[in-house]
Design a protein around this ligand. Sequence first.
Ligand code: SF4
Length: 366
Amino acid sequence: MKVTFPHLGSMHIFCKAIAETAGIPYIVPPETSRKTLTLGALHSNECICLPFKMILGNFIEALQKGADTIVMVGSGPPCRLGLYDLVQKVILEDMGLHYRWLTIPPRLTWRAIWKNHEETKELRKELSAKNIFLFPYGLWMGWKKMMACEALEKLAMKVRPREISKGETQRRWRQALSWVDGAKTPKTLEGAVKKGKTLLQEMEQDHSRIPFKVAIVGELYTVMDPHINRGVEQKLGELGVEVTRTSWFSTHILRSVRQNKANQASERIRFFEASKAYLDYDVGAECNVSIGEAILRSKEGYDGVVHLMPFACMPETTASGILNKVGKDWDIPILTLILDEQEIEGRIQTLLEAFVEMLEWKKGVA
Ligand code: SF4
């Protein structure tokens, strides 16, 4: 058995840590590239959303490298994410690729646990007693690594707009992530996080700069994965913007297991409540949250909002129409970027530069 998983943001570090610690053989898909997207797009319906194409591309590349077991998160209606696994299975079978599939349920219900139990019946036969014994420890180690990756990314978002040498934060952040990825024990992980934080904090910075504050909202994969959003977070940071976002893998996992009612979930509820001024029902996925967050960020004094959505994403298409009105009503500039498989890096850079110039003009600093 060789398990594989999507290469989204730093999620592969989390999944790899679980498999590695539990001693389960795995294959990390190659880092998402244009080839990944081309492969995914070639075998998908052109109208399907971008994350579907990226993830399919990851799976094709991993299966071609020898993986035989796919682990994928599930979801419920109304978003298409709930159907990703069904459609991707058909496509991979049509391509003649052989694999087994394991869906991680979006909610820990008894029905989901039973389905998971049935799906893993055959797989469990290939696991040794040691693998099963170490699995909870693997989960814990994976979770620790995920939290470490997110803490480092949050720090990078803070220091990037003040960097003196353009691109230095990105270089140091990637180095810090590789230390986290390579840590094999809780002690070495702790050391890797400390070293990574110091590496970022000790970078030469201009502390007199007061960066613009911009919130990134939108479809969760598009917000969290720099390959899907073409490095929007980095591009904005290098233009002198301090970026914040509330979509993290950990917050979505905690939401699934209903464990973060007191903190991140309450923030989500706050955004949802705020969106009721424009929407009196739940559209699905992140639609209501995107709208509510834009309103609350305006109240909190943010300079702008960047809204990310894949082409043809139903919930975020609804949000983008409403966000036009939110921007006017709450006097906050909102830039919606629609992402698909086309080569649009240059266009995105130009749009972000124009957006930041507009923020400067609005603040009277141009
Ligand atoms: S939220 Fe949008 S992009 Fe994401 S899976 Fe659903 S339809 Fe696709």
